[in-house]
Ligand binder design. Structure first.
Ligand code: FAD
Length: 317
């Protein structure tokens, strides 16, 4: 079922999660172990992230270095199909521009369509670690906007291969990313919102936000979106603080601010066990306030914190 249909069928705030594919070599059971403890809260959907290749330099005989492309985690098509086969839940694969030609994207989307996977989150993806800025694949998309356009065209029965006859249109419900604290490359929040609106006008149906730890940032972002004619559901993304190190890692990777009160509470912790507790309590408070504001869904970035997410969900849902 399309996610927007699920959202419009209820007035309640729904529960959803995002998971990471396991490292290559691990079994699908490691995914199920992360989902099982959360199924009692009836997630509306499970997002599965996509991780593009990285380049490493391997020392070869004679001392020269060979640049080798490696992928540490498998793709999302098989994982999403396995999740939907096991649980009564919609699995949402993240589709990224980076590393794919338009043809490869079309083929992946055709596979998803055959598997009955009707929801996707369309993203640009970040640059490869060794590159200073995002470089599209030759023949690939530069922005999520272009990817949304391609998916929307497939929804209208327009495929890249013009020779195709009697084409069955796909019926993807398309989600895109939004940034309450601005995407790090955007010169300002207004230009970021302009491009976010372009993704919606190109056919995207809902927005999932980057994590934030200060609800006011989300409320202000939603208002700005609404003032700029963005009317689709805006799903807040939440993460639990887990370790002290995250005080520097999260702002560095995700370009977000840690509120003073949370910062002080984490700094005062003796160890990461205490930090986890602070993270859970903070997330419960955030969730309850967002629920009171009638948000469509609370989306949790579980990232190996299924047990902590369970504790939050038990208090909130
Ligand atoms: P875009 O919407 O393309 O925006 C990128 C930047 O370009 C922004 O600054 C925007 O303002 C600007 N811009 C957009 N369109 C245009 C245009 N036409 N002309 C000029 N400027 C433009 N990454 C992964 O690799 N895998 C994942 O699974 C993944 N999941 C994510 C899930 C969520 C909910 C979020 C919030 C992020 C996720 N990311 C993931 C990270 C994401 O790929 C990065 O944040 C990336 O840098 C931007 O992706 P985007 O889709 O927002 O890009």
């Amino acid at each position: 079922m399309q996610l927007t249909e699920i959202l419009s069928n209820t007035k309640k705030t729904l529960f959803s999660i995002e998971i990471l594919p396991p490292l290559k070599g691990k079994s699908i059971q490691s995914i199920f172990d992360g989902i099982d403890p959360l199924m009692e809260f009836k997630p509306a959907f499970v997002d599965v992230t996509y991780h593009r290749e990285e380049y490493v330099y391997k020392k070869r005989e004679g001392g020269y270095l060979e640049k080798v492309s490696i992928r540490k985690r498998p793709g999302t098509v098989g994982i999403c199909a396995a999740i939907m086969n096991k649980y009564p839940v919609e699995a949402v694969p993240h589709i990224i521009c980076g590393g794919f030609t338009k043809e490869e994207t079309e083929n992946a989307l055709i596979d998803l369509h055959f598997l009955g996977i009707d929801n996707v989150l369309a993203l640009r993806g970040d640059s490869i670690k060794t590159e200073p800025a995002f470089v599209p694949e030759p023949g690939g998309h530069h922005y999520a906007y272009d990817l949304v356009q391609q998916i929307n065209e497939m929804n209208q029965g327009k495929f890249m291969d013009e020779e195709m006859k009697e084409v069955e249109p796909t019926k993807f419900c398309i989600g895109v990313a939004g940034y309450p604290e601005k995407h790090f490359e955007a010169p300002n929040l207004f230009s970021d919102i302009k491009w976010l609106k372009a993704k919606i006008d190109a056919g995207a149906n809902y927005i999932v936000t980057q994590m934030f730890f200060d609800n006011q940032k989300y409320f202000d972002f939603v208002k700005l979106c609404r003032d700029n004619g963005i009317t689709v559901p805006i799903i807040p993304g939440l993460k639990m603080f887990n370790t002290k190190k995250q005080l520097t890692i999260l702002p560095k990777i995700f370009h977000i601010d840690i509120p003073q009160e949370l910062y002080e509470a984490v700094v005062a912790c003796k160890d990461d066990k205490q930090v986890k507790e602070v993270g859970i309590q903070w997330c419960i408070k955030q969730s309850q306030e967002l629920m009171k504001a009638n948000v469509p869904c609370l989306h949790y970035y579980t990232m190996g914190t299924a047990e902590a997410t369970r504790r939050v969900a038990k208090e909130v849902f």
